[in-house]
Design a protein. Sequence first.
Length: 216
Amino acid sequence: MKAVTPLLASAALIAMLGANAQVVGSTVSPDPGPFLTLTAAGLAPSGSFAGAALVGGTVFGSDQAFADMPKGAGAATVGNFLAAGPTAGSPATLTFVAPVKDVSFLWGSPDLYNLLTVTTTAGTQTFVADPSLANAAAASLGFAQATGNQDFSQYVHLVAQGSSSILSLRFDNAPPVDAFEASNFRVTLIPEPETYALMLAGLGVVGLIARRRRPA
């Protein structure tokens, strides 16, 4: 499997969605972690991350008759996985206690029915696994395959655009069939105001040094 580079996938998606894109999504290379801990309650707090509450769906620690743990070439679930479907409960919604800037996770056995809805402070964006389902309201992530193959999984990366931030992820299927599986979550937090101040100060110092090094 050859992963689409984030830069190329993001550029293609921006061109397709235009200036109204609230979230840019892309498939990415396998992620080595570490990952957030997924429990029946949602994503557990870790460091500065306040956690995310789970409503709907079911968290499993092993393969089920109706849902397989995400895995594949260069990808393997660490810990538990989330399943959303008629048997596991659907939809499943992860709501972040505090907004985050971007989220990545391992999407297991993507198929024609999976629907991912990302809610941000600027609105919502829906993503589908199969390009043939993409339309003005639903963008395709361009998976290498979307056949429901249980031995294929791929990491996706979702980034809120501009000053917006991500509030929740909703995992669903249309029509309602089993199952949407996801694991190995990671997030990037919204920098605190003082962090921005430090960044600007650092850029100022770099600019000052560059000016001093200019030849007379």
